[in-house]
Design a protein around this ligand. Structure first.
Ligand SMILES: Nc1ncnc2c1ncn2[C@@H]1O[C@H](COP(=O)(O)OP(=O)(O)OP(=O)(O)O)[C@@H](O)[C@H]1O
Length: 300
C-alpha cells in the first residue's frame, strides 16, 4: 500500500480555462520527507496545480502520481489539504471541527481526540479550543486551518499559503509541526509569497511563472546553478582601487567593503592576491544568490 516515504509526481500537467492556457506541461516531484516550496507570482498557477493534485479540479492532460501510480480517490482521502479558500465553519469550535474532520477521515474517536488535543496544544490554541472559530484572531484561525489539514495523520500534505497572516513566532511553531511530519517521511508541498520564509525552511523549490515550471531542485542546487562568479571583500581602508583592477567589474562599493564580478579568465585567488598586496584582507568569499534573486531571474 502506498504511504509515507513515497514521492508525489506531476508529469506534463496541462489545464485551460476557456481559451486561456493556465498550466503548460507542469512537471515536478515532491520527494518523501521533503519540504517543497512552491513559489510564483499572483496568477502563476500554484492554486490550480494544487487543486489538480487534490482532484478538486481535473487536468486536461498529464498525470499526478504517487509511488509511481496515479493518485486515486482513496489516496486523496489520506492527503492533508489546506485550500486557498480555507474551509472551516465559523460558528463551530475548533476542537469540534477537528474531531468532526478526523472522524470523517475514518479515525477512531479516541485517536482523533488525542490528535486534536495534541495539535491544539502544539499550535498554541489550547486555551481557545472550545471557542467558535469566528471569535479567534486571524492568525489563530490560520493555525486552526493548519490543524485541520493535519488531524487525520495525512501521508501527504498540500498546503496553499499556510504561512500567510502568521507572525514570525507562529511561523516557527507551524514549521516545527510540519518538520515532524517530514521527519516521518511525509512529502510536503506548500505555496508561499514569503520568499524569506521559503528560503529558510524548504528543502526543495519549485518556481512557476505563467503556468510553466521555470526552475526546480534542491535549494542548494538552485543556488549553485544560479551563482555568478561574484565575490564580496572587506579590506582595511578604501576598496576603491578595485575599480581599476583587471578582470573585475565592481558592483557595489561602500568604503572598505566591495561586491564585484570576475570575468571568466580571472580566478578569485588572483583577485585575493591583488588585494593582499595592498594590505590586510578582513573577509573574502563568494556571494550566494538569494531565493529572491533567483526568483527574479527566472520569472522575468
Ligand atoms: N475557475 C477559474 N476560471 C477561470 N480562470 C481561472 C480559474 N481559476 C484560476 N483561473 C486563472 O488561472 C490562473 C492561475 O490562477 P491560480 O489561482 O492558480 O494562481 P496562483 O499562482 O495560485 O495565484 P495567487 O498567488 O494569486 O494565489 C489565473 O490567471 C487565474 O485567473
Amino acid at each position: 500500500m502506498k504511504g509515507v516515504n513515497d514521492a508525489l509526481q506531476l508529469e506534463q500537467v496541462n489545464r485551460r480555462f476557456g481559451d486561456r492556457q493556465v498550466l503548460t506541461d507542469v512537471t515536478f516531484e515532491v520527494g518523501a520527507g521533503r519540504m517543497t516550496g512552491f513559489v510564483g507570482a499572483n496568477g502563476a498557477g500554484k492554486t490550480t496545480t494544487m487543486r489538480i493534485i487534490l482532484g478538486v479540479l481535473a487536468a486536461d492532460s498529464g498525470t499526478v502520481s504517487w509511488c509511481g501510480a496515479p493518485l486515486t480517490r482513496d489516496d486523496r482521502r489520506r492527503v492533508g489539504y489546506m485550500p486557498e479558500e480555507r474551509g472551516l465553519y465559523p460558528k463551530m469550535s475548533v476542537r469540534e471541527q477537528l474531531i468532526y474532520l478526523g472522524r470523517l477521515h475514518g479515525l477512531s474517536a479516541d485517536r482523533v481526540r488525542r490528535n486534536a488535543a495534541d495539535l491544539l496544544d502544539r499550535l498554541g490554541l489550547g486555551e481557545r479550543a472550545d471557542d467558535p472559530l469566528q471569535q479567534l484572531s486571524l492568525g489563530n484561525q490560520q493555525r486552526a486551518q493548519i490543524a485541520a489539514a493535519l488531524v487525520h495523520d495525512p501521508v501527504l500534505l498540500v498546503l496553499d499559503e499556510p504561512f500567510s497572516g502568521l507572525d514570525p513566532l507562529a511561523v516557527d511553531v507551524v514549521v516545527g509541526v510540519l518538520r515532524e511530519r517530514t521527519a516521518a517521511g511525509v512529502p510536503v508541498l506548500f505555496s508561499s509569497h514569503q520568499l524569506d520564509v521559503v528560503e529558510r525552511l524548504c528543502d526543495d523549490l519549485v518556481i512557476i511563472a505563467a503556468g510553466q515550471i521555470r526552475a526546480a531542485g534542491t535549494r542548494s542546487e538552485l543556488r549553485a546553478s544560479f551563482a555568478q562568479p561574484r565575490y564580496e571583500i572587506r579590506v582595511d581602508g578604501d576598496a576603491g582601487w578595485l575599480r581599476d583592477q583587471d578582470g573585475v567589474a565592481l558592483l557595489d562599493l561602500d568604503g572598505d567593503r566591495a561586491v564585484f564580478d570576475l570575468d571568466p579568465a580571472t580566478d578569485e585567488q588572483s583577485a585575493l592576491h591583488a588585494a593582499l598586496s595592498r594590505g590586510p584582507v578582513r573577509a573574502f568569499g563568494p556571494v550566494v544568490p538569494s531565493l529572491a534573486e533567483i526568483f527574479r531571474e527566472v520569472t522575468r
